[in-house]
Ligand binder design. Sequence first.
Ligand code: DON
Length: 305
Amino acid sequence: MENYKNIIEDIYSDVKKVDDIGKVANYIPELAFIKAANFGVHISTINKEGFGVGNFDKKFSIQSISKILSLTLAYKLEGEKLWERVDVEPSGNPFNSLLQLESDLGKPRNPFINSGAIVVCDVLFNHLKNPKVDFLNFCKEISNNATLNYNEKVALSEKAAGFRNIALTNFIKSFGNIKNNVDDVLDFYFHICSLEMSCKELSEIFLYLTDDNFTTKNGNRVLTMSQAKRINAIMLTCGFYDESGEFAFRVGLPGKSGVGGGIVAIHPDKYCITVWSPKLNEKGNSYKGMLFLEKFTTKTASSIF
Ligand code: DON
C-alpha cells in the first residue's frame, strides 16, 4: 500500500493542476448542480487495505457504474439465459444510441449501454418481489454497507427529462424484449442510476471482481469465478461505450464510467480503484478520471497487458 499511496498522491497533485477541458453533464438537470471542482480517488486492495485522497469520502451519483451491479444480480439470478436477451459485443456507439436496435431486432449489444441496462432491469423485474428494495438490499449485502441509498431527486429529475430512455424502452418492447410495463421498468432503471456512493464505497463494493476468493460477511460468494471473469471482460470491451478501445489502450484495465463523473477500474488479482471528477469528455467519460488512471497504471506498471 505504501507504494500505491505515494504514487496516488503524486498523480493526484499533478492531475489537479491540469486544465479540465470536460463539461459537467446537464441532460439530467439535477446533475448540473454538482461542483465541477470535486476530485477524489480511492483504492481498495484484495488484502483489505485502502487509501484515498481529495473528495474520496463524498457521495455522488454513480449513474452507469450501477450497471455493473444490476448486471451482477441479473447474471446471478438468470444464469447464461441472460445472454439470449442482451449481447456481449462492443457497440462503438454512444451510450444512449437507438441506431443498432433496429437491425439487431431489439437485442441490445451489451449490458452497459442504456438499452442493455434497461433490458437487464426488465429481467430483474421478473425475479424480484420488490425490485427497488431488493436491489438495494443486494448492494448493501455485497458491500456490507447499510448506508447505501437512491437519490430520489436525481431519479425524478432523470424521469422528467428521460425522453431517450423512454423511446429506447418502447422501441425494445416493440420487438418483445421488454416483458414488463415500460413505466415500471424505467422507474426501476432511473432509481438504480441514482444510487449514491463515494469513491471509497465504490472501490469496496467491487472487490468481488478483483478477488477469486471474495465472500460477503455472511460467507456467500457474489459470483462464480467464471461469471466474475466474464463481467470483467464486458467491462474491458464495453465499459466506456465508443471510448472503450481508448480506455483499454491508455489505461489497460476493465472499468466502467458514469455521467456523474465517476470511473471504477478493476485489477483482477490486485485492487479496485475509483476516481471522481465531474467534468466529462465528449464521449461522456470523466476527463480527469481517465487521465488519472492512465498515469496510475503506467507508474505502477499494473495494466493487465
Ligand atoms: O440513462 C442515462 O442516460 C443515465 N442514467 C446513465 C448514463 C451514464 O452514466 C452513461 N455513462 N457514461
